[in-house]
Design a protein around this ligand. Sequence first.
Ligand code: CAA
Length: 385
Amino acid sequence: MKIGIDRLSFFVPNLFLDMTELAQRRGDDPAKYHIGIGQDQMAVSRVSEDIVTLGANAASKIVTEEDKELIDMVIVGTESGIDQSKASAVIIHHLLKVQPFARSFEVKEACYGGTAALQMAKEYIKNHPERKVLVIASDIARYGLASGGEVTQGVGAVAMMITKDPRILSLEDTSVFLTEDIYDFWRPVYNQFPEVDGPLSNSTYIESFQKVWNQYKAVTGRSLADYDALSFHIPYTKMGKKALQSVIDEADGVTQERLLARYEEAIVYSRRIGNLYTGSLYLGLISLLENSEILKAGDRIGLFSYGSGAVSEFFTGYLEENYQEFLFKEDHQEMLDSRKELTVDEYEEVFNEKLPEHGASAEYTSDVPFSIYKVADNIRYYKEN
Ligand code: CAA
């Protein structure tokens, strides 16, 4: 039975910051941000947006009335949780009006959470082929104003419907995963921003990719030549390229050219958004599918997922007939093009806004479909569509 991604979409807030402006304010050479890091713009969220609203807005594009009766699980992968106990998935389940006899929960392992959710969904559909699972990867990636990681911030969510006979990408069964207990990026519960060892995170990302890729080759006998494209977790767009370049010499010239060209197509959206943490790999996949004129049905794509701490996985899928018809290319590009550009002062002001804490109240207005309209008695109230 074929199982995989039947629909997928992303959502980002309608505010962004230009990286030239940020570099100049921070006293850096803009070329470092645009070329060295590979980021042109950064998505910025308002205080009335959180992982619930981002996830619900991403999912509302792909969830039909019929789906609401067929979804058995709503799984949210995130590392920007808003509650230590209650899962954001429960609120999203309510906002989307999914039938009540469903499981809703959150998955956490840094940026790997979305992939854990996806693989869990695939296993569930194997035993319940007539049902559907909604997987959401939703995060607000923040390192702090003028921090080392500021240039790699971002925000947004990706939603994926996992079904049998998927219309976009069928997932293959063999995958290789790896766990190593390290401290490259982590966020103790009392921290607003993560602790990060940038150089260690970069090197562990690349070494993890090499380890799972080498093991995958040993298990399957495949090589780079078997892939039409590789899609990477993209904390910043230069990162995946470094991992790809670290193994590219294994391939013949034609394969090298193909994989490097597809890589550029996979980072079109990330260059304008930044890091989505759990959603980054899947934003890259959407970018690849929506910006590649070369890919076609039957093409095989390899996906590398990396979550600091660290868990990584290499898995694969192939494109279904007419998959292009089920994408949201125009909508996504319009969403990016219609965003409002912030000055650095406005960005810093929005960044410093906080929701009230310890029972205090506040109310918000917003033109974003799902957003927070009130906080009171330690509860966030969400505007429904
Ligand atoms: N023109 C062009 N390029 C320039 C330049 C200029 N004027 N100045 C510097 N550069 C280049 C550097 O040569 C360097 O390139 P290489 O990496 O190819 O050598 C690049 O710009 C970055 O320069 P630095 O290493 O000096 O940058 P930095 O010290 O500011 O740190 C960072 C960069 C480590 C990514 C930091 O932003 C960071 O800590 N980010 C958060 C952590 C992160 O994203 N890690 C990635 C792996 S972890 C992961 O994937 C999980 C996750 O999502 C967090």
